[in-house]
Write a protein that binds this ligand. Structure first.
Ligand SMILES: NC(=O)c1ccc[n+]([C@@H]2O[C@H](COP(=O)([O-])OP(=O)(O)OC[C@H]3O[C@@H](n4cnc5c(N)ncnc54)[C@H](O)[C@@H]3O)[C@@H](O)[C@H]2O)c1
Length: 257
């Protein structure tokens, strides 16, 4: 799908990988509705691109909030062609059972609610709008959905039980979602990032960061939001790619801890 003049919803678009995606899609001639809880960052980013971006304060895990965001995106752009789900939280690290006892169920639910339910919530609402689009004259496409998983969803490490389960869920919904939406010419893809330089990824203390970087194959550095945004743009433009999970991780395979 040619990104030019297309409208995208980017959750978590105010920061990190979502922000990198907003910047890349706008540079490619698209328009973006930034769905995020962080109004200060989201508004500042949208203000950089007054003709191509809007900010919508959306809690992805809340149905009414996401519906209001979709309505605002439609009011601004008239259609939704692209949906990139980046909103997410790491949640509290903790083992299934630790010295403190079993991992808190409320925290497990909170992480799944934002990372997995939030991804599905926005994807389904965006898809309901995509199927109303006229098929693209060149490719026949009506829309593209890209969901963000994590290496933790494939090879979760000790202490990542809630986060890993939520990200495995994002992988799990890729194939059935694409099968559900194929008849409408909507593609669905998932991306599994490794270690990225974002407020979430860079939050670790320097010594932990250095240890993590040591586990990478090549390049031995954190990925950048621009590199993530470039992958998303490639997936949107690559009309024959569908139903795939793409790792972007410097070739690393995370150790158990
Ligand atoms: N940074 C990494 O190394 C890395 C690695 C693998 C996967 N990921 C995943 O990539 C995605 C983006 O992460 P990031 O590193 O850019 O993090 P980030 O913290 O920089 O950005 C996440 C954004 O999501 C928003 N958000 C959180 N909860 C929300 C909610 N309920 N509704 C709407 N917005 C909400 C935050 O306000 C923030 O702007 C996440 O899903 C994360 O799990 C990141």
């Amino acid at each position: 799908m040619d990104i030019r003049h297309k409208a995208a919803v980017i959750t978590g678009g105010a920061s990190g990988l979502g922000e990198g995606t907003v910047r890349k899609l706008i540079a490619a001639g698209g328009r973006c509705a930034i769905f995020d809880m962080n109004a200060a960052r989201g508004q500042a980013l949208a203000a950089e691109f007054p003709d191509q971006a809007i900010f919508c304060q959306v809690d992805v895990s809340d149905e009414a909030s996401a519906q209001a965001g979709i309505a605002a995106a439609l009011a601004a752009f008239g259609a939704i062609h692209i949906c990139v789900n980046c909103a997410g939280i790491p949640g509290a690290l903790g083992r299934t059972v630790s010295k403190k006892g079993p991992y808190p169920l409320a925290e497990f639910r909170r992480v799944l609610d934002i990372n997995l339910v939030g991804t599905f919530n926005v994807a389904r609402l965006a898809a309901a709008e995509m199927i109303k689009n006229e098929p693209d004259a060149d490719t026949g496409e009506r829309g593209v959905i890209v969901n963000t998983s994590s290496l933790a969803g494939i090879e979760g490490q000790m202490g990542q039980i809630a986060y890993a389960a939520s990200k495995a869920g994002v992988i799990g919904l890729t194939l059935p979602m694409l099968r559900d939406l194929s008849q409408f010419n909507v593609r669905v893809l998932a991306v599994a990032p490794g270690l990225f330089e974002t407020p979430m990824g860079a939050g670790a203390p320097p010594e932990i960061k250095a240890k993590l970087i040591e586990t990478l194959e090549f390049p031995k550095r954190m990925g950048t939001p621009a590199e993530f945004g470039a992958l998303v743009a490639f997936l949107v433009e690559s009309s024959y790619m569908n139903g795939e999970l793409i790792r972007i991780d410097a070739g690393t395979r995370p150790p158990p801890r």
